[in-house]
Structure formats: C-alpha cells, structure tokens
Ligand binder design. Structure first.
Ligand SMILES: Cc1ncc(COP(=O)(O)O)c(C=O)c1O
Length: 420
C-alpha cells in the first residue's frame, strides 16, 4: 500500500514512518490507521463518476445494510435501534426503515426525521434522558411508547406528558476503553434505578427495563458485562417486589475500525451473549442501539488541499477545506484518528511521505485536526490535491456548524455500491 496507485492515489498512512518532530514533545507519526481498500475503492469510484464539489461526505448505503445484517445475525433476536444522532441523512433513515431497523431518538427533530422516513412509532425509543415536557407530549401524540429516564423529575414529566408510557431506566456504568466517553452526564445509580422503576408503577407508567451506555467507540468488549450484571441485579430486586422487567437495552458503543487493534464485531457480540446468559436466568428482550457502528465505515469525506506551508520548527502544515467546524468535531483532542489518503487526480505523487499537521479551513485556531500525532502525507502534496478522510459516516455531518466563517455545513451524498 506504499506505492502509488495507477490513478495517482497514495495511501497516506501506509508507510512505517515513526518520527519525532523537533520542538513538539511526545510527537510521533502514526502509521497504524487501517485502510480497507475494497471499501475505499467504492467511494473513489462513486466520486470519480459523480464529481461532487468538495468537501462532501459520500455514504455507501450497502455498507450500512451489511453492518446491520451482521449485527442482526450476530445477536439473534435482538432489536436494532439505530441512534439517529450519528447521522440523520434522510436517505440513510429511509434505507434503515426498509431494512426493518428501529430508532433511538434524542429530540423532536429526530422524531420528525424518522417519521418522515416511514418509521413505525412503535419502533422508536425516546432515549435522551433530558427532554422538554413538550417534546415528550409531542412524541406521545405521535404514538411513541418507550422513554428513557434517569431521574425522578424526568419520570414525573413522562407520567404527565405520556400517561401510561413504557419506561426504561438508564444507569451509569464506569468503563474504560471508550475513545469518546459518555460518562457522568447521564445515568443514575443502581439503587436509584430500582427506586425509579418502582415509582414508575405508582405514577401509572409501565417499567420495561434498564439501559446503559458503555461509551462510544468502546474498545473493550467486556465492558458490556458490567452493565448487563447491573441490569440483572436491578431486575432481580424488582422481581422480588412483584415488578417484572422484560427489556434490556444494551445501548451503543460498538466501534468502527479506525485502528487496526479494534476487536472484531464477533468478539463484542460473544462477550455480550455470554454476559446475558451468565447474569439472567430468563433472557430479556434485547435492544442494541448502534450509532457509530452502522454508518461509520460506510462514509468517506473527500476534501481538497487549500494550503501547504511550513511553520514553526519546520513543521509542515496542510490545510483542508474540511475541519473541526464543518464535520470533524471528533478530532477534538485527537480522540478519533480517522485514516487519511492523499489523492492527486491528474498525476502521481513523489514516492516519499513525511509528517504533516492537518488543519481545517476556518480562522479559528482550534480548527486543527491532528497536531500531536501528525499524519504521513506525500512530500509534494499541494493545493488542489485531495485528501480522503475514511470511516467518516458517523458523527460528522450532524456536528457541522450552520455556517461558521461562512463555510456551509458538510453536504452528504448517499449511494449504493451494489445492486442488492
Ligand atoms: C442513548 C444512546 N444510545 C446510543 C448511542 C449511540 O452510541 P454509539 O454511537 O457509540 O453507538 C448514544 C450516543 O450518544 C446514546 O446516547
């Protein structure tokens, strides 16, 4: 993967360069971001055929479908509720409805998007535990039955605005291994979960079960076992009081292979199945809520190089037309290391690559993608060349600002790479 492709493509991170940069402490050039050449070539073909303006997210719906089917097959009987926050593209939502997928929504806007795509309200979970009462009423009027809560005040809102609704209580799990942690902001204690679900009965609601989130881009498959064991204890305590829970929502967290070391889906699902079998005498109905996993590696952002220049300490800086504020928020603190590929449409790159700091186009000094861990790019990269940012189907377009510095939100184009 180090040689130039025929079409002038060079896989920017493929060579084993590990260098420290003068004046930048602890700085190494990363060389371990995997490029799936089969996936990549479908994106390239679509770009070549359609030539959309850059920057642009290209999303292969057939890859999303493949991920959905893998998940269904690997966790038999579990319902898949796609977490819409990851990417709410209308074509993507319609495609998921056709596949039979359910949805986890966070807001009225996401409810509308799912209903417009043809989703059955019975297959929608209002999973955000911080909702306006008016939003709960809106959801209830449209037939949404399942609501997550993690506080008494939220439970009371649901009881008032969605009388008789089904509730799931979200408890907190303390995990390591998440590249984008979701700790602290959501979730109650195990004891509070028992109390809340007990209170649900007296408020005329139907306690269905519990839910948790192990953190996004979770690299430790055993993390789910912590939540599953807690859920089983909550269910057992309530069962002893005559309150039967029949649902376990395993949340999101399944990772995309931004790094070669991420375990396989099978490893995760095996760990989850084992945890459920060990913790529950009777298997509850399962929901899994992947956000990142479904569209993540189905997406690629094609960007254009705007400027290449040398700055302090002789560092090469490469500025793209996409950055932190038009889609790449998850490069914050360099949390997510997207694979990148340099592309020259009308020629070949030099054989050598060298480290570069990668930055976005806005005037904000925080609009820097990778500086602590510069990326390896061809030494003769220049304005007009392209840089493809891979595995960017999740948490990119929805995060783009409406027009910071006058740069428009990141557009997206869905396509099908196969006939199926
Ligand atoms: C309630 C809930 N479910 C699912 C998800 C999706 O998580 P992930 O993208 O890690 O799969 C999130 C993400 O924030 C969430 O808050």
């Amino acid at each position: 993967m180090t040689a130039n492709h025929d079409g002038g493509v060079q896989l920017g991170l493929s060579r084993s360069i590990r260098a420290s940069l003068p004046g930048v402490e602890g700085c190494t050039v990363i060389d371990d971001r995997p490029v799936d050449s089969a996936l990549y070539s479908t994106h390239r073909d679509f770009f070549d055929a359609t030539q959309p303006e850059t920057p642009c997210l290209l999303l292969d719906l057939d890859i999303v479908a493949a991920r959905y089917r893998e998940l269904r097959a690997g966790l038999p009987g579990a319902a898949v509720y796609y977490a819409v926050k990851a990417n709410a593209d209308p074509d993507l939502l319609r495609h998921l409805v056709e596949l039979g997928c359910g949805f986890d929504v966070a807001s009225v806007g996401e409810i509308d998007a799912c209903l417009a795509a043809g989703a059955d309200p019975a297959s929608i979970s209002f999973g955000n535990t911080v909702k306006k009462e008016s939003a709960i009423r809106y959801a209830h009027e449209r037939g949404i039955r399942l609501y997550s809560v993690d506080s008494v005040a939220e439970l009371e809102k649901v009881a008032r605005a969605a009388p008789g609704a089904e509730v799931c209580c979200r408890f907190i799990v303390r995990t390591t291994g998440a590249q984008w942690p979701i700790s602290r902001k959501f979730g109650c204690t195990e004891e509070d979960a028992v109390a809340l679900l007990r209170d649900a009965v007296s408020l005329g609601l139907r306690p269905r079960g519990t839910t948790f989130h192990v953190g996004s881009q979770q690299r430790e498959p055993e993390s789910w076992a912590i939540g599953v064991a807690t859920a089983a204890r909550v269910a057992a305590k309530l069962a002893a009081e005559g309150i039967e829970l029949d649902l376990l929502n395993l949340g999101g967290g399944l990772p995309v292979r931004y790094e070669a070391t991420v375990p396989s889906l099978e490893t995760y699902l095996t760990a989850i199945e084992r945890a459920v079998a060990e913790s529950f005498a009777t298997r509850p109905a399962l929901i899994v809520e992947p956000g990142r996993y479904l569209p993540g590696d189905a997406g690629m952002i094609r960007s254009e190089v705007v400027l290449v220049t040398e700055r302090e300490h002789g560092l090469r800086w490469v500025y793209l037309d996409v950055g932190r504020y038009n889609g790449l928020v998850e490069t914050d603190d360099e949390a997510i290391a997207f694979p990148v590929v340099a592309v020259r449409a009308d020629g070949r790159f030099a054989d050598q690559a060298a480290p570069a700091v990668l930055a976005g186009p806005t005037c904000d000094s925080t609009d820097v993608l990778y500086e602590r861990t510069p990326v390896s790019l061809p030494v003769d990269l220049r304005p007009g060349d392209h840089v493809d940012i891979l595995a960017t189907g999740a948490y990119t377009t929805p995060y783009a600002s409406v027009g910071f510095n006058g740069f428009p939100p990141l557009p997206s184009r869905c396509f099908r790479s196969t006939d199926g």
